[in-house]
Write a protein that binds this ligand. Structure first.
Ligand SMILES: [Zn+2]
Ligand SMILES: [Zn+2]
Length: 418
């Protein structure tokens, strides 16, 4: 097995962090002879978001979507969060369903201000509008920064995409903007040349993000993130490229797409054989091709995603990869979490909070932009039910008495017409 000497899984004990090789997990001196009856059992084999300090030299990656365009509860579409020990956080791709995974981590949205889209398919960009427009009601008070490829035609590029997003959601923006701190509803869009090789698109605070051209219907890229002598590589969607072979070589964590084998696309989705072969091997990376590029680039840990990680498909994907690759490998699932340092890479399944609420605001809120005020119409005032308005005013009055506030119902306190 390749890299077995450098590939460790760890067991956390109360006495500190103890590293054990993957083939020797059961050590003799693993803990005290008697566990406390009042202190928590310290040997967590899962990751509970929001409960662990990220070390200053550590990189943590959380899968917030590992699936396909077909919506399913078990796997959102593509999205990976990278958190660094210097406090910077990066989102790579934001496919359908991924936003709720992100929110389940309990991270203040102000800290999630950088989004990188490898291409503009819905299963890689579909949740960005929801993330952007509902940010302010989830306590985001800072602008969002977006990076994505230029278009082959200008109207296909990320700037046009974001511009049309604003137009499509104009009413949303107007009504939302009249009610929230205006700082959270600002978008900075950065386009880059998708054909440029190893192109630096972000270089701040000791972190570099670079792009590689991807082969996925043109106008698509893969990403490299380097910080603190650690290299993270994310393919987004692509056939394996010579650019990946050259520049993702030796990555600490390499996440590359790997598509569902053709038999399953036929069985589960009703694809024709020609469709299954085209989509699964010409538009995407076949499992054997994933294995080949990982053998050629030898990451410390290879991660495959973009298939249904079920008992039958996962086994077929795993077996196919093992035809061409024998190194360290994880089959990604939603909330799978990787802690990466120079000394070790630890994989755990994340256990999210299904009943999450947004993290508190990180600074004092400002009132809504008065210029963005959304006018009340005569029609609305004439439509109000008088009994319900009175009941609402009673509620507000009681709230004011209980809480010492002095709130007034903007609609319900107005004079109505019968
Ligand atoms: Zn795609
Ligand atoms: Zn995709």
């Amino acid at each position: 097995m390749m890299h077995s000497e450098s590939y460790f899984r760890t067991v956390v004990l109360s006495a500190g962090i103890f590293a054990a090789s993957a083939t020797n997990l059961i050590a003799e001196d693993q803990g005290p002879s008697e566990w406390s009856r009042t202190e928590p059992y310290p040997n967590q084999t899962v990751y509970y978001p929001g409960t662990e300090t990220l070390g200053p030299d550590e990189m943590r990656i959380i899968a917030c979507g590992t699936g396909m365009p077909q919506p399913r509860l078990k796997q959102a579409a593509a999205c990976f969060l990278v958190e660094l020990g210097n406090g910077e956080k990066f989102i790579f791709d934001m496919g359908e369903g991924s936003y709720e995974r992100i929110m389940a981590l309990g991270i203040p949205l102000d800290q999630l201000d950088k989004v990188f889209l490898g291409h503009l398919h819905l299963d890689h960009a579909g949740d960005f509008p929801a993330f952007y427009f509902t940010g302010p009601v989830n306590n985001r008070l800072t602008p969002v920064r977006l990076w994505g490829p230029e278009g082959i035609k200008p109207e296909w590029g990320t700037k046009a995409w974001a511009d049309h997003m604003m137009k499509m959601w104009a009413w949303e923006e107007a009504t939302r903007g009249a009610a929230v701190d205006p700082r959270g509803l600002q978008l900075e869009v950065n386009e880059f040349d998708w054909k440029a090789v190893n192109n630096v698109i972000f270089d701040e605070n000791g972190v570099q993000v670079r792009t590689l051209p991807a082969i996925h219907g043109e106008q698509a890229v893969s990403f490299l993130l380097e910080w603190n002598d650690l290299k993270f590589a994310f393919s987004s969607d692509t056939l394996p490229t010579r650019w990946w072979r050259e520049h993702a070589d030796g990555a600490d964590l390499a996440i590359h797409e790997c598509f569902t084998p053709p038999e399953f696309m036929i069985e589960k989705y009703g694809f024709e054989p020609s469709e299954a072969i085209f989509v699964g091997s010409q538009g995407h990376t076949a499992a054997q091709a994933f294995g080949k590029i990982m053998s050629e680039t030898e990451p410390r840990l290879a991660v495959c995603y973009h298939f249904q990680n079920d008992h039958d498909i996962a086994l077929a994907v795993y077996s196919a990869i093992r035809e061409t690759y024998s190194g360290p490998l994880d089959l990604a699932a939603d909330f799978m979490t990787w802690n990466v340092t120079k000394n070790e890479i630890r994989t755990r399944q994340g256990v999210p909070n299904e009943e999450s609420f947004p993290a508190p605001v990180q600074m004092a809120k400002q009132p809504p932009d008065s210029a963005a005020e959304f006018p009340f119409s005569e029609f609305d005032l004439e439509s109000m039910d008088l009994g319900a308005a009175e009941a609402t005013n009673d509620m507000i009055e009681a709230f004011n008495e209980r809480s010492g506030n002095d709130e007034v119902g903007a609609y319900t306190s107005l004079p109505f017409k019968e």
